[in-house]
Design a protein around this ligand. Structure first.
Ligand code: PLP
Length: 420
């Protein structure tokens, strides 16, 4: 009879085996985790309110999907803490400016914005110890400047003039940043003099920078490529992940062009077969730029512009110049959308899906329907739900205002699309 092994040896052998198994399992798990690490997990970790920006749900828009036989998804950007897609841009602009030293904590971020970007900047600026000054055209919905002031930003409402005019709201905002810088410099010089005068040495250089004036930084959402990068590094990768890379098309309207540029570039790098489009509101020159290479608007071509300066009820989208951000876009085509289609679409989504969205989101959904018609059933199309209808109570969601502009919605279903 073979001698039975000693109990101690058995225990030791079992322990070694268990330990090896444990180490192997941990390693395999770690390897699997790092291999399967998602694109969004690789992004820098942020906390506080800033950490709540992005990673918005991608929802199936049931009514439009069922009507077309496509899968139409909306990225619910209105769920960002500042209420719009522009939160991503505000965070990226401020973080890059702080990193480069162009903005200091305690400084003031200035922006010329018809609303959403300013609201996002005002929302996140305090998290970086900064202030916000906004110059806004006085035809933008009044609730936007009310929100800005409630958020603690200072607001200047100015007459809308051409971008070539020195008093265009964007040019005023740029000027305000340099005025803030001059003020800061003056303040520093005065304080420096004080330091020199200060015999007891208590007043240090540190006290100079803890004063009121820390300079200004012009956010410049139209030309600052941090805008494009916010979408290239955030919105694009999220859409790719949320669809498992199984999408055929992306469409959105452009204001600065940051969203379409960042998302289209990212998606095309992942899969060049993904088609990317813009939908362009009345009064914007982008449709012609994309389809014919020339930036002009139908309104200008038809000589309507001088008779009627009112081009579109939509806010934040459409433009008549080529921005640095838009130049980064990789587009396959463009569609036109009308105001009445945007209004009708917003009411259709509210009635059928419980989606209460603003004018640009409604226009984006009009665009998604154009793409569905072009590609046919069986395709997956993604668009952006930029902000909520709550931002648009005085105009886009105001029956009286709509009636004054001949935009009262009457459709029962989707018959309003492509109506001449
Ligand atoms: C509500 C809203 N939707 C859409 C856009 C357009 O996005 P982008 O500037 O990225 O082209 C804007 C831009 O200001 C906006 O304010």
């Amino acid at each position: 009879m073979a001698p039975s092994p000693k109990p101690i040896a058995i225990i030791a052998a079992v322990s070694v085996a268990l330990c090896s198994l444990y180490v192997l399992t941990i390693k395999r798990r770690a390897a699997t985790h790092s291999k399967g690490k998602t694109l969004t997990e690789k992004k820098p970790k942020r906390n506080g309110i800033v950490g709540a920006v992005g990673n918005t749900p991608l929802i199936r828009i049931n009514s439009l999907s069922d009507a077309t036989g496509c899968e139409i998804f909306g990225k619910t950007e209105f769920l960002n803490p500042g209420g719009s897609v522009k939160d991503r841009v505000a965070v990226k602009i401020i973080e890059e400016a702080l990193e480069s030293g162009q903005l200091s904590r305690g400084g003031v971020v200035t922006e010329g914005s018809a609303g959403s970007t300013a609201i996002s900047l005002a929302t996140v600026a305090p998290a970086y110890g900064c202030k916000c000054h906004v110059v806004i055209p006085d035809d933008a919905a009044i609730e936007k400047s009310q929100i800005l002031e409630a958020l603690g930003a200072t607001v200047e409402r100015v007459r809308p003039v051409s971008i070539t005019h020195k008093d265009h709201y964007v040019n005023i905002a740029r000027r305000r940043a340099s005025e803030a810088n001059k003020l800061a410099l003056k303040h520093i010089n005065q304080m420096d003099a004080k330091v020199v005068d200060c015999a007891n040495g208590i007043e240090t250089q540190h006290a100079v920078f803890s004063g009121e004036h820390k300079g200004g930084f012009f956010a410049d959402q139209f030309e600052n490529l941090a805008n494009y990068r916010a979408h290239y590094e955030g919105t694009g990768p999220e859409i790719w992940e949320q669809t498992g890379g199984q999408l055929h098309a992306f469409i959105a309207a452009a204001g600065t062009g940051g969203t379409v540029a960042g998302v289209s570039r990212f998606l095309k790098e992942k899969d060049p077969r993904i088609k990317c489009f813009i939908v362009d509101p009345p009064g914007s020159g982008l449709f012609n730029k994309v389809t014919r290479g020339v930036m002009y608007t139908r309104e200008e071509a038809e000589g309507k512009r001088l008779k009627n300066p009112f081009d579109t009820i939509t806010e934040g989208i459409g433009i008549n110049r080529l921005t640095e951000n838009f130049k980064m876009a990789q587009l396959d085509g463009a569609f036109r959308g009308t105001d009445i289609e945007a209004v009708e679409m917003s009411r259709f989504l509210l009635k059928n899906d419980g989606l209460f969205v603003g004018s640009s989101s409604a226009m984006n959904c009009v665009g998604a329907m154009r793409v569905a018609k072009l590609l046919g059933p069986g395709h997956t199309i993604v668009t952006i739900l930029c902000d909520s209808g709550m931002r648009h109570l005085s105009k886009f969601c105001n029956p009286e205002y709509l009636s004054q502009h001949g935009l009262t919605p009457t459709a029962k279903a989707l018959e309003f699309l492509d109506r001449k």
